[in-house]
Design a protein. Structure first.
Length: 208
């Protein structure tokens, strides 16, 4: 899939994620991609669906699950990941119907991850752009992923980003300095609701 999405396609995916979760919570059924799905969204693509709950005018993470690799048609992947994010993220209890009007949906469409090749692991921070790159850390069977928007939201620099991704993988923070640790990077186009059922905008990731 080409790494471009129109505003209309981004809105379609965010609305689809909300409808998928709403239908599943009410009827315990998974919807199918509708007949009017844009053709580009029927190609395979990596995607994450993030759900946040609005509390005291702040958005707090409520679930985030995705497919980092292009294994599934994008629209179908959004449906599956939205439902999993709402009901199967092990960090949170499943979302209830009572919460539904307090949550907002964010869809991140990913480029294929590419390994970062360096002669010395200490060169890794110079190969990463905060606000542009997401990271995958992999060592043996352990793997952790952080989306590009995470270090921006948390105000991390490149080394902190690497360390936090190691922790996400269940590794020590300095594991990125070990030569056998594999580090991948990817980019994402992100669309999000401003409020529940509200306006959908493309999220700017760069620090201001």
């Amino acid at each position: 899939m080409g790494f471009q999405l129109t505003q209309e396609e981004g809105e379609f995916l965010v609305k689809l994620s909300r409808r998928a979760v709403e239908t599943y919570l009410k009827n315990d059924k998974m919807i199918n991609a509708p007949g009017n799905t844009p053709s580009r969204l029927l190609q395979r693509g990596g995607v994450f669906v993030t759900i946040k709950k609005i509390l005291h005018d702040q958005k707090k993470l409520r679930g985030c699950i995705g497919y980092p690799y292009a294994t599934t048609k994008l629209a179908q992947a959004v449906i599956e990941c939205a439902i999993s994010s709402a009901t199967q993220d092990p960090r949170f209890h499943p979302i209830s119907t009572d919460e539904f009007d307090q949550i907002v949906f964010e869809v991140s469409v990913l480029t294929p991850p590419e390994i970062i090749g360096v002669d010395n692991p200490r060169q890794l921070p110079s190969k990463i752009i905060v606000g542009e790159d997401g990271l995958i850390v992999e060592k043996g069977i352990l793997k952790g992923l952080l989306l590009p928007q995470v270090p921006v939201d948390c105000n991390w620099n490149e080394e902190e980003f690497l360390s936090r991704c190691c922790i996400k993988a269940g590794l020590t923070p300095d594991s990125w300095l070990i030569k056998t640790t594999k580090i991948y990077k990817f980019q994402a186009i992100v669309f999000e609701e401003e409020e529940a059922r509200g306006e959908i905008k493309r999220k700017e990731l760069y620090r201001k």
